[in-house]
Design a protein around this ligand. Structure first.
Ligand code: A3P
Length: 448
């Protein structure tokens, strides 16, 4: 008897699901401690929860997703799977992941899929309603560490570009876009300007929560000298042992760049005006891209990422502010610092970009960035997901070791929806008076 068409379809679907499942197994074997392949192959299935049952962390989630994308040979856009009703789900069943990957493989890139069902929600903390006033801002400013003052260099380094922004403003996206331009070299966060030399940097970035921030410099060395992770790490360790001044490390990178311009994006620099000023001490005529985002969008993103848990000075004062206060205070302080620093910089060396414009009209926004930098627009900039490794967006051995926003890997293109999604989950009225006052000077309007 001929098999019925439905049987054939079902058999084909089962075969496809099995193929996706098989491509995940070695990735999971890599991520799950004490993995016994033979035993696990029979014990995990559609209902297995990635966090609860397998013990993956959210960073390992992203490692798994990027591994799946590599294995299937195309971007999947996991953002839609993980975000349900504006919140990141707290766990995910393996079966839901396989179904999503299969559904994506059956659609053309960019086509919208129905939302998958949630397996529970993670809930970024809701706004606490604890308003921010001048006294709160002063208390927050008092807990921010300050760098040791540095002398101006007698012979400053050649010009470079600094991408200034508060955290969670789309800086990883813009950095990766710029890294696609042949005249620019834009590595992941370098975390250099806070320090006088690389030994001091190593010491400060040696906690579990911030060790990954050393990786941008390693990734830059790998790219410049075509080295492996281990080789580049050894080079950096040698520089650290020699207490190489940060200015010499910049000079070393710039020397290898030829005509390309170095772009340093390190949002943490903006917590301190003194740190921002270092660029004027160390470089000739540096230029600045000021990337800003609506305080509601940035705060929502900051709370989602639970960033206050990973910034050492916030961890030390965790009980003194609520998570939403940390988020809004980070927006306020960083943007205030950037504005007051840039007030001293001539107009021809600074350029403003709104994240909302970058994602809704990338070409116009990027053309004006190129005009400002004196370089031709390059179409590669419009597809930051093309050639991620050349753009240094691939972490070190694992994606989770990347110094920057891991959510970049959940998107599959420059996503215009990301600009306004937060409106559905955070009321503009939750933002305090001082935040609105500053936001309005940056062109943001209530109800806009
Ligand atoms: P959300 O958390 O609101 O989604 P940063 O790199 O400065 O930390 O910024 C992180 C924000 O940039 C996140 O905002 C992230 O989703 C967003 N982002 C990353 N890649 C993006 C893309 N391809 N399109 C739009 N937004 C993106």
């Amino acid at each position: 008897m001929m098999p019925r068409i439905t049987d054939t379809i079902l058999a084909e679907q089962a075969r496809e699901r099995h193929a996706v499942f098989n491509c995940m197994l070695p990735l999971l074997a890599d991520l799950v401690p004490n993995w016994d392949f033979d035993e696990w192959e029979t014990r995990i299935g559609d209902d297995t929860l990635l966090i609860d049952d397998l013990g993956l962390t959210s960073v390992e989630f992203i490692d798994l997703f990027v591994g799946v994308e590599k294995a299937v040979g195309r971007a999947i856009g996991f953002h839609d799977l993980l975000m349900v009703d504006g919140r990141y789900i707290s766990d995910l069943r393996l079966g839901a992941l396989i179904d999503f990957v299969l559904a994506r493989l059956h659609t053309t890139p960019g086509e919208t899929l129905p939302r998958p069902a949630a397996d529970g929600i993670s809930c970024a903390p809701a706004a606490s309603g604890r308003a921010i006033d001048d006294a709160t801002i002063a208390r927050f400013r008092a807990i921010i560490p300050q760098p040791r003052p540095q002398q101006a260099l007698p012979h400053p380094n050649p010009p470079a570009v600094f991408l200034l922004s508060a955290p969670r403003s789309g800086s990883t996206l813009l950095q990766t876009i710029l890294a696609g331009h042949p005249m620019l070299f834009a590595p992941p966060e370098l975390h250099l300007l806070w320090f006088q030399d690389l030994a001091e940097r190593r010491l400060a970035l040696s906690h579990d929560a911030n060790r990954h921030l050393t990786s941008g410099a390693i990734r830059a060395i790998m790219e410049l000298d075509s080295l492996t992770v281990d080789e580049a790490s050894a080079v950096l360790e040698d520089y650290e042992a020699r207490h190489m001044p940060v200015s010499d490390f910049y000079a070393l990178m710039q020397h290898r760049l030829g005509p390309r311009l170095l772009v340093d994006k390190t949002p943490a620099n903006s917590y301190s005006t003194m740190v921002l000023q270092q660029s004027e001490q160390l470089f000739q005529q540096p230029r600045y891209l000021f990337l800003m985002r609506h305080p509601g969008g940035m705060s929502r993103s900051f709370m989602d990422a639970r960033l206050e848990r990973t910034v050492p000075f916030m961890q030390r004062h965790a009980t003194e502010f609520t998570p939403d206060q940390f988020a809004e205070l980070a927006w306020l302080t960083c943007n205030q610092n950037i504005i007051s620093f840039l007030d001293q910089v001539p107009d021809e060396r600074k350029h403003r970009i709104h994240y909302e414009d970058l994602v809704s009209d990338p070409e116009t926004t990027l053309r004006s960035v190129c005009d400002f930098l004196g370089i031709d627009f390059h179409p590669n900039m419009l597809d930051p997901y093309q050639n991620k490794s050349k753009r240094m967006a691939d972490g070190l051995k694992r994606i989770g070791e990347m110094s920057g926003d891991l959510k970049f890997h959940l998107h599959e293109r420059i996503d215009p929806e990301a600009a306004h999604r937060w409106h559905r989950y955070l009321s503009e009225d939750a933002l305090s008076g001082p935040t609105w006052a500053l936001a309005e000077t940056l062109g943001y309007r209530r109800g806009g």
